[in-house]
Design a binder for this molecule. Structure first.
Ligand code: GAR
Length: 358
């Protein structure tokens, strides 16, 4: 359904019609995210000041700036639709700026209403100046005690939302299994939303399904090592649809590019079997073995556009023993990965706000 909100220009033309017929326009503004009786009472009082009421409604982006990444609960178009169902509301205009100054100049409202939590001194000085220049009568209306969106949300007492992981893997999925163990024992407060693989036979897919977790194959395209543009798009779309906060590459053997990198910037983590920046790329344990280094290990890092080059979050060292075969070394690196990865993801999630929904 297209937005029922007016454009600023449409609202200005409407204001001129009202003015020509001797009617007075009341202007107010706000987020109106979860409508409650306090809003309804306030809007009726505002409407009664004049002959028509226009609401300058904060856009989704501006609500996010004001209230944090978990808001708004309802999209700007839904909020506009709900407001317009009220008998008190004649028009809604969505605005994106931090202040309504330019809308005030454009609409030149006869009256301006604001909730009683404001006083003439705490009105935004720029908006106040715009109102005085019209001039527009300013009315501060009393708030209805105990009614607020914050109070409504608190009453719902929703359990805190667990961060949602989207997992990418190409093979065995032993690291994925340790993440599931850590989630089960409470040491990793998260949930796995979806597992994707570029390999339809990958054991990681079966492991996910065995745990009742959604799992799907993504066709990587014709190249044996690359991930096609359509595959990149599919990964981004599917993880966004599953509302994932973090993408976890647990043995994923292809390079991620846009739109995944852009859509999940700073939210893609990888485990790599070497002490990066040493031995990026494939079979890092075998590279370290061939280079005869006395110690190697594993790294957890954020993914950027390079090959295993993103910021390193955590590392564990693994010495190469004189008796080691290449497989021994690999096995001991993997054992270190299984310790390091869940803890590094837990620490990362602790500093990562939920991904804003789009
Ligand atoms: C892990 O050792 C991981 O470090 C490596 O693949 C293995 C996957 O094992 N990843 C890379 O080499 C990425 N460059 P798993 O499927 O049993 O977790």
């Amino acid at each position: 359904m297209p937005s029922l909100a007016l454009s600023a220009a449409e609202a200005a033309a409407w204001r001129d019609q009202l003015h020509a017929s001797g009617k007075r326009l009341v202007f107010t503004s706000g987020c109106f995210d979860i409508l409650h009786a306090g809003h309804v009472r306030y809007l009726h009082q505002a409407r009664a000041l004049g002959d028509a009421l226009v609401i300058a409604l904060n856009s989704d982006a501006s609500v996010r700036l004001l209230k944090g990444p978990s808001r708004p609960i309802n999209s700007q178009d839904d909020r506009a639709e709900v407001l317009l169902a009220l008998t008190a509301v004649d028009a809604v205009v969505i605005f994106d700026e931090p202040r309504t100054t330019s809308l005030i100049h454009l609409l030149r409202p006869h009256l301006f209403a604001k909730g009683g939590d404001y006083s003439l001194d705490t009105l935004d000085p720029e908006e106040r100046q715009a109102l005085d220049s019209i001039p527009s009568e300013i009315h501060l209306l009393p708030a209805l005690p105990g009614r607020s969106t914050t109070a409504a949300l608190a009453k719902l007492a929703l359990p805190p939302r667990l961060p949602r992981l989207g997992i990418l893997g190409s093979g065995e999925g032993s690291n994925f299994a340790t993440l599931l163990d850590a989630i089960a024992d409470g040491s990793l407060p998260a949930e796995v939303a979806l597992v994707l693989s570029d390999n339809p036979q990958a054991r990681i897919l079966q492991r996910a399904r065995d745990h009742g977790i959604d799992a799907a194959y993504v066709d990587p395209g014709p190249h044996p090592n690359r991930f096609s543009p359509a595959a990149q798009q599919a990964v981004s779309d599917q993880f966004q649809a599953a509302n994932c906060d973090l993408i976890v590459c647990a043995g994923f053997m292809r390079r991620l590019k846009d739109p995944v990198l852009r859509d999940f910037a700073g939210r893609i983590v990888n485990i790599h079997p070497s002490l990066l920046p040493a031995f990026p790329g494939r079979e890092a344990w075998a590279q370290a073995f061939a280079a005869d280094v006395p110690e190697t290990g594993c790294s957890v890092h954020l993914i950027d556009a390079g090959i295993d080059t993103g910021p390193i979050l955590a590392q564990a060292k693994v010495p190469r023993l004189p008796s080691d075969t290449v497989d021994d070394l690999r096995r001991r690196i993997q054992a270190a990965e299984h310790q390091l990865f869940p803890a590094a993801i837990r620490d990362l999630l602790a500093s990562l706000p939920p991904r804003p929904s789009t």
